[in-house]
Design a binder for this molecule. Structure first.
Ligand SMILES: Nc1ncnc2c1ncn2[C@@H]1O[C@H](COP(=O)(O)OP(=O)(O)O)[C@@H](O)[C@H]1O
Ligand SMILES: Cc1cn([C@H]2C[C@H](O)[C@@H](COP(=O)(O)OP(=O)(O)O)O2)c(=O)[nH]c1=O
Length: 207
């Protein structure tokens, strides 16, 4: 079963992901961008480059995703493991959807940048069974994240949040929204509850 954690920078994904490792010691914990491959390293370089070409950046993230799928996700799912990923394809749909829309060169050419990024993933990616969306307003998110990279500014995060809203609306059965403005223990409690029920119904449906 593939579970993903999504939300703005600073929404608390990594905090939750760290804590879940104690609850589910046998699960495979992974993340995007990956931090153990040269594809992930290339993505980190692009994140640090304020002048990175947005289209080149989309394809770097997507290359990292393709490698992540074949190297980590697919083998784990074939073994029947629970996989919990801190960010996954929806990050690309929301973030690169916003970056491409803001790019003067591309904005007019791509009628719907978010849909373009979704289409790039068609035919090779694997859809999560459950996506937990940590919902937080862009100002608090930027404040918590400390705005250390170009993706963490409130104005940009507001566009990213609009894209997440579109994704949730398109796929209400897959997404579960969690109020990330609550204190950490309350957020974790809610996430653990959502995850436990999803695992239970997954086990029930596979018997
Ligand atoms: N529910 C919360 N309330 C307040 N601060 C939080 C909460 N969850 C995480 N934080 C803090 O916010 C910052 C960003 O959290 P992090 O888990 O790294 O977010 P993300 O992985 O979504 O960027 C960290 O300093 C973390 O301690
Ligand atoms: C996976 C992914 C991340 N990102 C961005 C979001 C983050 O600002 C940055 C690094 O991701 P990450 O290290 O998960 O940041 P954080 O823990 O602060 O949420 O990359 C994209 O723009 N597209 C993507 O496909």
């Amino acid at each position: 079963m593939l579970v993903t954690l999504e939300g703005l920078d600073g929404s608390g994904k990594t905090t939750v992901w760290d804590s879940l490792q104690e609850t589910y010691p046998d699960a495979v914990f992974t993340r995007e961008p990956t931090d153990d491959s040269w594809y992930g390293e290339a993505v980190s370089r692009s994140i640090a480059d304020d002048d990175a070409d947005p289209l080149a950046e989309l394809f770097l993230y997507t290359a990292d995703h393709a490698d992540h799928l074949s190297r980590v996700i697919e083998p784990a799912l074939e073994r029947g493991d629970l996989v919990i990923s801190d960010r996954y394809s929806d990050s690309r749909f929301a973030y690169q959807g916003a970056t491409l829309a803001a790019d003067e060169r591309l904005g007019d050419r791509l009628a719907d940048p978010l849909q373009y990024v979704v289409d790039v993933h068609d035919r090779f990616s694997i859809q999560p069974d459950l996506t937990i969306y940590l919902d937080l307003d862009p100002e608090t998110a930027a404040e918590r994240a400390g705005a250390t990279n170009k993706f963490e500014h409130a104005e940009y995060l507001a566009a990213v949040r609009d894209n997440y809203e579109r994704l949730v609306e398109r796929d209400p059965d897959r997404f579960v929204r969690v109020d990330a403005s609550q204190e950490p223990a309350a957020v974790l409690d809610r996430v653990e509850h959502v995850l436990a029920s999803a695992i239970e119904s997954d086990e029930y449906s596979s018997h």
